[in-house]
Write a protein that binds this ligand. Structure first.
Ligand SMILES: Cc1cc2nc3c(=O)[nH]c(=O)nc-3n(C[C@H](O)[C@H](O)[C@H](O)COP(=O)(O)OP(=O)(O)OC[C@H]3O[C@@H](n4cnc5c(N)ncnc54)[C@H](O)[C@@H]3O)c2cc1C
Ligand SMILES: *[C@@H]1O[C@H](CO)[C@@H](O)[C@H](O)[C@H]1NC(C)=O
Ligand SMILES: *[C@@H]1O[C@H](CO)[C@@H](O)[C@H](O)[C@H]1NC(C)=O
Ligand SMILES: *[C@@H]1O[C@H](CO)[C@@H](O)[C@H](O)[C@H]1NC(C)=O
Ligand SMILES: *[C@@H]1O[C@H](CO)[C@@H](O)[C@H](O)[C@H]1NC(C)=O
Ligand SMILES: *[C@@H]1O[C@H](CO)[C@@H](O)[C@H](O)[C@H]1NC(C)=O
Length: 576
């Protein structure tokens, strides 16, 4: 039963990755935002110049910037990230993703494709859950999107001053970097935030102590006299006025607090005031639909009054497929999330994460690949009962520590070209919508995956990486190990590890870079104004046609700052 043994090794290895004995120190850097409150204490009706829906990666920098000159309300459905060790500590990456309670900062969803995924529910959004890798989009991406290159650079710098750091590269990540260089992913670009072909070390939002900095930290640059941040404030609907033949005009929102009490916030009377949706790639199209902006037939089927028939809301949903190979290591490795990246010329990006064996007596169920996280789940979600989890953890406890050593080398493809769509499941904004990404529907995506995985194979076989793999463990066994683990809910095939095409399809996971649903040119114009209505914009990852750079968070934060400045400038220019 050799096959079973490997499976078991993988099971425990996955669970052990990314656990570290470092402890969180609660005294670290908790800002006292006087303007941040629980929505239960909000008045029933209030008036603002801007209402930003969603205090996430784009919403925080956007609201902070607009508050320079205007009264801004930022509404976030989740709580504060500050003081929560599951969020602030690099070593507990996975704890928030494992927590499936209704108050968790992470809301799990499973796409119709059968891939387990997660979305943020916390002030700071995805930057509170993510792997921290910080890297810009290329100047070409900015040009093609129609952004002003100089303002883009200034906005990136503004973000970087507060949340971006240089990682300290240790031995395992160095071996991946040297392996990339050895096999020809050249040149060596050293440490840089820039997106350039070759191999580089990117930035991170974790500082040298492993402490996470998030988009919520950007609120410290807000104007405390003009910004209000409400937590546990779930927006249910955007309100429109409809007069005669003119376009419907957004003028207020309905939100509910933690006790279910209803509140309304309206725009002050000035035709330049606006509501801005920054609720993320799932939240933004969902909220437009709940507000009557979407495909009329679909809205009617859910008994939603149609404000504007907009068939493209919820279209163009994409998630960059991620495929990984787990490589057990004969020697200890450091705990690392993503630090090194190989930017290949064929449109596939190579990244890596590693984990150390246990120091003993520590909670093995908090690692990135623990049975509870879902990503690289060791217990399929349908069978993930308390007993099943307990059993999996017990079997890990029984295994040798060496089994937990190693790392994942992964590839994600650029784009992607395959697209899917989003639909409402219910009229409750707390429920996940139904989302389909159609991984590898486009043949070019599959080609890039195969090329990316061949690159990963070459790194594993490289001289530079050789200290971190067992000599007697050929690639075929490594592939079989990952392919045999229940990494998603898709059916397994006997040929999964025999053909890279099949391996791509069968072991597809998410790297959580999903985007689309309110795309530029389809749902919003190039100023992010929602087409067909007035006083409403969408600014966040739902507007992307393709995921920016190798990893998107830098560009999402940049976009919040960039659009905030642009709105301020245009308004000032128009007011003389
Ligand atoms: C686990 C994980 C790992 C990742 N790793 C990386 C990485 O290493 N590097 C990288 O660059 N990117 C990474 N990403 C991706 C990146 O974090 C996201 O692309 C980005 O954060 C998305 O930003 P957004 O503003 O579009 O949405 P979000 O940041 O999700 O913001 C949306 C906000 O709106 C709120 N909201 C939604 N609906 C409502 C409503 N009805 N009322 C009120 N509030 C609402 C949500 O609670 C949320 O806070 C990762 C993501 C995840 C989840
Ligand atoms: C917000 O207020 C509600 C009701 O008073 C309470 O149940 C909830 O715990 C509060 N949340 C926070 C984070 O303070
Ligand atoms: C941290 O995560 C664990 C497990 O995922 C959960 O049980 C715990 O309640 C979380 N703690 C906080 C403060 O959210
Ligand atoms: C923006 O910065 C990048 C380097 O990060 C540089 O290549 C590019 O030329 C700059 N763009 C402009 C318009 O200054
Ligand atoms: C892995 O190898 C075993 C034994 O050789 C084989 O039975 C199984 O089909 C392989 N699994 C995959 C997913 O390739
Ligand atoms: C793998 O096997 C399945 C049937 O079990 C088949 O449909 C598929 O085409 C095969 N894949 C490859 C790449 O041969």
């Amino acid at each position: 039963m050799a096959g079973f043994w490997w499976w078991k090794l993988l099971l425990v290895a996955l669970a052990g990755i990314l656990f570290s004995p470092q402890q969180y120190s609660a005294s670290q850097k908790v800002p006292e935002y006087r303007f941040m409150r629980n929505a239960t204490s909000a008045s029933n009706i209030a008036y603002f110049d801007y209402i930003v829906i969603g205090g996430g990666t784009a919403g925080c920098p956007l609201a902070a910037t607009l508050s320079q000159n205007y009264n801004v309300l930022l509404l976030e459905r989740g709580g504060s990230p500050y003081g929560n060790p599951n969020i602030t500590n690099l070593a507990t990456f996975g704890a928030a993703l494992s927590d499936t309670s209704p108050t968790s900062p992470s809301q799990r969803f499973i796409s119709q494709d059968g891939v387990i995924n997660a979305r943020a529910r916390v002030l700071g959004g995805g930057t509170c859950l993510n792997a921290g890798f910080y890297t810009r989009a290329s100047p070409q991406y900015a040009r093609e999107t129609g952004w002003d290159g100089k303002a883009v650079n200034e906005s990136y710098q503004w973000v970087e001053k507060t949340v971006a750091f240089q990682p300290q590269i240790k031995q395992w990540q160095s071996a991946v970097r040297d392996g990339l260089l050895e096999i020809g992913v050249q040149p060596n670009n050293g440490f840089t935030y820039d997106h350039i072909d070759g191999t580089k070390v990117g930035g991170t939002i974790f500082d040298q102590q492993g402490f996470r900095h998030t988009a919520a930290d950007l609120l410290q640059h807000g104007n405390p006299a003009r910004i209000t941040v409400l937590l546990h404030a779930t927006v249910h609907r955007i309100l429109f006025t409809i007069k005669g033949k003119s376009k419907p005009k957004a003028h207020g929102v309905v939100f509910r607090d933690a006790l279910g009490r209803r509140h309304k916030a309206y725009l002050n009377h000035d035709h330049k005031n606006e509501i801005i949706v920054s609720a993320g790639a799932l939240g933004s199209p969902q909220l437009l639909m709940l507000s009557g902006v979407g495909p009329a037939k679909h809205l009617q089927a859910h008994n939603i009054r149609v404000t504007l028939d907009q068939p493209l809301v919820g279209q163009g949903m994409s998630d960059n497929p991620m495929n990984a190979i787990f490589v057990p290591s004969p020697v200890p490795v450091e705990v690392s999330l993503i630090e090194v990246v190989g930017i290949t010329k064929f449109g596939s990006y190579v990244e890596a994460a590693s984990g150390e064996n246990f120091a003993g007596g520590s909670p093995k169920d908090y690692g990135m690949f623990s049975p509870k996280v879902g990503q690289l789940s060791t217990v399929p979600p349908k069978q993930r009962t308390e007993e099943a989890l307990a059993k999996a953890i017990e079997s890990m406890d029984a295994l040798d520590e060496a089994a937990f050593r190693g790392g994942f080398i992964l590839e994600k493809i650029m784009g992607p070209m395959s697209t899917g769509h989003l639909e409402l499941r219910t009229r409750d904004p707390n429920d996940n919508p139904l989302v389909t990404f159609n991984y590898f529907q486009h043949p070019h995506d599959l080609e890039r995956c195969v090329q990316g995985l061949s690159t990963v194979e070459k790194i594993i076989e490289s001289k530079a990486f050789s200290p971190f793999r067992y000599k007697n463990m050929p690639l075929s066994i490594l592939l079989n190990m990952t392919a045999s683990a229940p990494v998603n809910l898709l059916p397994k095939h006997a040929n999964s590890s025999l053909s890279l095409e099949q391996y791509c399809r069968d072991t597809v996971m998410t790297i959580w870079h999903y985007h689309g649903g309110c795309q530029v040119g389809k749902v919003v114009d190039t100023d992010y104004k929602v087409l067909g209505v007035d006083a409403l914009r969408v600014i966040d990852g739902s507007t992307f046609n393709f995921s920016p750079g190798t990893n998107p968070q830098a560009t999402v934060m940049m976009l919040g700052r960039y659009m905030g400045l642009k709105i301020l400038r245009e308004r000032l220019a128009a007011s003389d």
